[in-house]
Design a protein around this ligand. Structure first.
Ligand SMILES: NC(=O)c1ccc[n+]([C@@H]2O[C@H](COP(=O)([O-])OP(=O)(O)OC[C@H]3O[C@@H](n4cnc5c(N)ncnc54)[C@H](O)[C@@H]3O)[C@@H](O)[C@H]2O)c1
Length: 260
């Protein structure tokens, strides 16, 4: 099987895309160590109930996760823009980075790190200054950063995903000497418990997406892509961001450049 003998850490494992990824990854032969603030909802090999906005709890979690010497880390926990901006930035970016950098030394040679970004991260190239300003942000510094850099309910989700895609590109070779790679998956709208929150906050833009798309995505459209990136077959994929969105990114890139 594709992931036989591997141990994979999955955050956001108690719902939606994370829960489906746990199912797929276990079915492919791996042991899954889950992390979520809510109780586990699918069968796992180990589970750590942790709120990733709690700086102390994240440090303790890092210590626990290091003991698994895992072969992969899927950063899937995320919150929609209905949450306060500081929480969005913390869960979707700052805690994700802290957890990853805390755990990476314990990962086995050839390990894979996968970040769940979003179609909302399109256009990160226009945000490079703010992305650089956020580079060394700590959990304690998020509220001040949001005030200083005008991260609001309107832009926090976009910014968190833009910065995550940029960070994935930046880390294309960071751990290359150990064969450890980092990639991202960017879904379009997916039918999970937070889809309604996106529709509520993104307003016209979400309505336009819904009009163009044949259907929203499902967790079963996303999880196999994450599982592939966690597998050895994806060994030469480094720093890429895979659009898994029913064609939405291709549509935006083609039409915004004057093509059909
Ligand atoms: N659903 C979509 O339309 C969509 C589109 C693009 C990207 N995404 C991304 O996919 C990822 C998964 O989202 P989903 O749609 O499966 O949503 P979901 O709400 O079903 O799952 C998210 C999980 O993350 C956990 N989580 C949230 N905050 C946490 C915290 N502070 N500490 C620990 N765990 C926490 C939640 O408890 C939940 O189990 C997110 O990063 C989201 O931004 C979703």
């Amino acid at each position: 099987m594709m992931l036989s003998g591997k141990t994979i850490i999955i955050t956001g494992v108690s719902s939606g895309i994370g829960a489906e990824t746990a199912r797929v990854v276990r079915a492919a032969g791996a042991r899954v160590v889950g992390v979520d603030r809510n109780p586990a909802s699918v069968e796992l090999d180990a589970f750590h109930q942790v709120d990733l906005t709690d700086a102390g709890a994240v440090e303790a979690l890092i210590g626990d996760l290091r003991t698994y010497r895992a072969d992969g880390l899927a950063n899937i926990a995320g919150v929609p823009p209905t949450a306060p901006p500081a929480v969005v930035l913390t869960v979707n970016l700052v805690a994700l980075k802290r957890l990853t950098l805390g755990v990476v030394e314990s990962l086995t040679p050839g390990a894979s790190i996968v970040n769940l970004a979003s179609l909302a991260g399109i256009g990160w190239q226009g945000e490079v200054e703010r992305i650089k300003a956020a580079a060394d942000l700590t959990l304690e510094g998020v509220a001040g950063f949001c005030a200083e850099q005008r991260i609001t309910a309107e832009n926090c989700y976009f910014f968190s995903k833009q910065a995550l895609i940029a960070w994935t590109h930046e880390n294309r070779w960071t751990w290359r000497d150990r064969g450890i790679r980092m990639n991202a998956v960017s879904p379009g709208p997916v039918d999970t418990p937070i889809l309604g929150d996106f529709l509520e906050t993104l307003g016209e833009r979400a309505a336009e997406d819904a009009r163009i798309m044949d259907r929203p995505g499902r967790p079963t459209d996303i999880a196999p892509v994450v599982a592939f990136l966690l597998s050895d077959g994806a060994g030469w994929l480094r720093g890429v961001n895979i659009a898994t969105d029913g064609g939405m990114r291709a549509h935006i890139e083609a039409t915004s450049n004057g093509l059909n």
